[in-house]
Design a protein around this ligand. Structure first.
Ligand SMILES: Cc1ncc(COP(=O)(O)O)c(C=O)c1O
Length: 360
C-alpha cells in the first residue's frame, strides 16, 4: 500500500511539472507577436509582389524558434522529457540557440553537439542561454555522437531530424496559419529551404488541407540530396557531402522532408545564395543569413517566370536568420574567399534583372 501511495505521489508530481512546462511553452507562443512581413522592393510597374516573413524577429533570432518550442512541447507531452531531464541535440547553429532558450525556460540542462572544430564564437550565444556545446569532427559524426552522449548520460536526444516534421503545427496558428492570415489572399508561390524538412512540410500540409491554390517551391543548395532525391523519387538518395549554406541542404534525404508536398525544387549555386543575401541586405538593411539568400534567388526565379507568362500575384518567402553571424560569414569577403565562392557574377545577374533585364 505504501508503495502504491509513493508511486501515485510521484506520478502526480511529474504530471504537475509537465502541465506547468506546457503552460510556459504555450504562454510564450501566445504572447509572441506575429513575425512581420517585409516587402522586397521590385520595380513599381511589375505586377508581382515579393514578401518575406521575418522569422529572425523571434527572441532567438531564427526560424528554428517555432520548431524548438514544438519539439519541447511534444517531448514533454510524450514523457520523453521530464523534470530535470538533460537534453542533447546535434545541430550546427540556429536550432541550438532556440533549444537552449526553451531548455532554460523549463529548467533543463542542454548540450548542443556541433559539427567541426571548436569555435568559441559559435558556442558563446548558446552558453549565454545557459547551454553547453561540444564540437565533433568529422562533421557528419555529430548525429552518432549526440546519440552516444545521450545514451551514456541518460539524457534525451531531441533528434530534430526525426521529430521536427511531426511536431511543427500546420493546422492552427503557427507559421503556416500566421503567414496566410497576414496576407490579403493566398500567394501564387511559397519559397522555402529544407533542413529537417519540417518548415516545408508544415506549409505544404497547410496548403493542401485548406485547398489553397498556392504552390510550394523548395530551394536547395549545392551538395544537397533533396533535389536529386525529389527528381528521382529515391527516398534514400545521399550525396554524403555537407552543405555550405547554414541550416539548409542535407547530405541525405531526411525522413522529415516530404517530397510529395513540393511542387517545384530550385537548385541554387552557393555563390548565388551569397550574392542574394547581400542584395537582400542592400535593399532592406537586414543582414540575413545565406539561406535567406537562397530563398531570394529562388523567389526571383519564380517572379521572372510569372512575368514571362504575364501572371500577376504574390510570391512569399522567409527571412530565416540575420545578425552578427551572417555579418561574419556570407557578408564578409574573406569568408567567401575562404569558401571559394565568387558572388560577383550572380550579383550582376540580380542587378540586371531588377533593372528590367532578363533573368537568364
Ligand atoms: C537557418 C535555417 N535553418 C533551418 C532551415 C530549414 O528549416 P527546417 O529544418 O524546418 O527544414 C532553414 C530554412 O530555410 C534555415 O534557413
Amino acid at each position: 500500500m505504501f508503495w502504491l501511495h509513493a508511486a501515485m505521489a510521484d506520478h502526480e508530481h511529474a504530471a504537475r511539472w509537465a502541465a506547468e512546462a506546457i503552460r510556459r511553452l504555450d504562454a510564450e507562443r501566445e504572447h509572441a507577436p506575429p513575425t512581420p512581413l517585409v516587402r522586397f522592393p521590385l520595380p513599381g510597374d511589375w505586377d508581382v509582389t515579393l514578401w518575406f516573413k521575418d522569422e529572425s524577429a523571434h527572441p532567438t533570432g531564427n526560424l528554428k524558434h517555432r520548431a524548438a518550442r514544438a519539439l519541447f512541447r511534444h517531448s514533454v507531452a510524450s514523457g520523453r522529457v521530464t523534470e530535470g531531464t538533460s537534453v542533447v541535440e546535434a545541430t550546427g547553429g540556429g536550432a541550438a540557440l532556440s533549444q537552449a532558450y526553451f531548455a532554460r525556460m523549463l529548467g533543463l540542462p542542454y548540450t548542443a553537439v556541433m559539427p567541426g572544430a571548436p569555435d568559441p564564437a559559435r558556442a558563446a550565444p548558446v552558453k549565454e542561454l545557459g547551454g553547453d556545446c561540444c564540437f565533433v569532427t568529422p562533421p557528419l559524426a555529430v548525429y552518432e555522437e549526440a546519440r552516444r552522449l545521450a545514451d551514456d548520460t541518460g539524457a534525451c536526444y531531441l533528434d530534430q531530424f526525426t521529430w521536427a516534421e511531426r511536431t511543427l503545427d500546420w493546422r492552427g496558428d503557427d507559421l503556416a496559419g500566421e503567414l496566410f492570415g497576414q496576407l490579403a489572399g493566398p500567394p501564387a508561390w511559397l519559397v522555402v529551404g529544407a533542413g529537417t524538412g519540417a518548415t516545408s512540410a508544415s506549409l505544404g500540409r497547410h496548403i493542401r488541407s485548406h485547398g489553397l491554390p498556392t504552390r510550394l517551391a523548395v530551394v536547395d543548395p549545392e551538395n544537397s540530396a533533396y533535389f536529386p532525391g525529389w527528381v528521382t523519387g529515391a527516398h534514400d538518395y545521399a550525396t554524403g557531402m555537407p552543405s555550405r549554406i547554414e541550416g539548409i541542404g542535407r547530405p541525405r534525404m531526411e525522413p522529415g522532408f516530404l517530397p510529395s508536398l513540393v511542387d517545384l525544387m530550385v537548385t541554387v549555386p552557393d555563390a548565388a545564395s551569397v550574392a542574394a543575401a547581400r542584395a537582400f541586405r542592400a535593399a532592406t538593411g537586414c543582414p540575413v543569413g545565406g539561406s535567406t539568400g537562397t530563398n531570394l534567388w529562388g523567389a526571383l526565379h519564380l517572379v521572372a517566370a510569372m512575368r514571362e507568362r504575364g501572371e500577376r500575384g504574390t510570391v512569399v518567402s522567409l527571412v530565416c536568420d540575420a545578425g552578427d553571424r551572417p555579418l561574419r560569414t556570407v557578408h564578409s569577403d574573406g569568408w567567401a574567399r575562404d569558401k571559394d565562392l565568387d558572388p560577383a557574377p550572380f550579383a550582376e545577374r540580380i542587378d540586371r534583372f531588377l533593372d528590367g533585364g532578363p533573368w537568364e
